[in-house]
Write a protein that binds this ligand. Sequence first.
Ligand code: ADE
Length: 225
Amino acid sequence: MNISVITLFPQIIESYFDCSIMKRAVDKGLISYRAVDLKPFADGQYHHCDDYPYGGGAGLVMKPEPFERAILSVRENPTARIIYPTPSGKPLDHATAVELAGSDELIFLCGRYEGIDQRIIDLYVTDEISIGDYVISSGEIASLVIIDALYRHIDGVISKESLEEESFAGCRLLEYPQYTRPEVFGGLRVPEVLLSGNHAEIAKWRMQKRIEKTLKNRPELIEKN
Ligand code: ADE
């Protein structure tokens, strides 16, 4: 998969792609990426990427021309998905992440301020996605949340077993609690069953904990099952 992120702050994107599991996926050739600096695509001596909103109102709007030029310079395929993270988009969920992971080319547009001129959305954007019912100031962080949720579903990035046991995969129960050494920490002992070596009992205990946690934190998921 090829991922391009068009942004005023390419360094935020680069530092993410250069760490941990994502770095491994890039090194293995499963993902290639470009952090595309928007500013050189803007006109004038100062390469302004924003301007006042028509009709008045607070804040600034990101201009359409730099985004159009940047999109046309990176897009390799007319079928590329062009994603605009915005609080007014469709909520991101597991199914969307899995579906996007099947694409060959994704282009993310990072907004700041009051967002991007609507004509870029009308002309180019295929998916408007929200990461939740709150507003953050950085379209880069929202893009990275979406990228992190999807790239783990690309074949070869992480093991099938890890994916299957996660919350929202399969039966939509939250994950069971995990423990590692030491056996006692802060006066709390690792549950005895996990030390027993009895795999059937461990599986039963874990399922029980998944149900308890879901009822406590997300009861509506049980109702949806
Ligand atoms: N940009 C700012 N807030 C956002 C949100 N909640 N989802 C996606 N993009 C955003």
